[in-house]
Design a protein around this ligand. Sequence first.
Ligand code: BTN
Length: 267
Amino acid sequence: MQKWPAEAIWEAVEPTLPGFTVETLAEIDSTNTELMRRARAGRAEPTLLVAERQSAGRGRLGRSWLGEPGDALTFSLGLPLAPVDWSGLSLAAGVAVAEALQGPPAPAAALRLGLKWPNDLWLWSGAQGRKLAGILVETATAAGAEAAAMRYAVIGVGINVRPHPAAGLSTPPAALQEVLPGIDAPAALLRVAAPLVMAVLGFAATGFGPFQARFDALDILRDRAVRLSDGTTGTAHGVGEDGALLVHTAAGMQAVTSAEVSVRPAP
Ligand code: BTN
């Protein structure tokens, strides 16, 4: 097992989130699946679950998430939440992770770490982008929750840390070491864990509103030609107060909210 900074993370988070625990595992099917299983079985404690290897890692839209031990950081944060409005939670999580991973300011032409709506982290240089990390948010009914609006939210994060061969992919994925040379998975976890918890708690209190400008500052699609998965093309105009992607199309401004929509820079 790698040496994980569990205690430092616990010390940073527990005063704000009583009952919080950090758990590290050598292997599991998926950290998201495990926390969802626990929530359905009535275990709804705030937990950060890190796995060095996932045998069945999952991505958005039913895709799988592959990552080799050491090459990727894979973890999930699970906690009971009762926000007034759930829209934008995954974007707020992306903002927190991207801000926490930003390295020292780079020269204008160099790599830029940004967000590709809804919540993928990309490294972008010139007109080219490569995916660095992905986030998968799921929720389960929180057994025994006092508030009816409360659910157990699971925020899963997968970050490519070390460059690795891109089997079957046309574009090799980006790696965190390209922007933070020498960083390893435990050091990456130490950077992102507490800021992610604080952002999620902040989101529960305020909703997406305060994250809108922060998303804007990281938005790599803004003012770019985009193509939606239904074939519609247009120009991305940032996100609305609820995290919807605003796309100016031939039929006018369209607010894209569905998780089934994928957005690609148009050729
Ligand atoms: C995506 O890019 O589509 C989202 C990828 C999310 C992957 C992470 S790895 C930790 C957690 N456990 C999973 O099975 N998935 C998320």
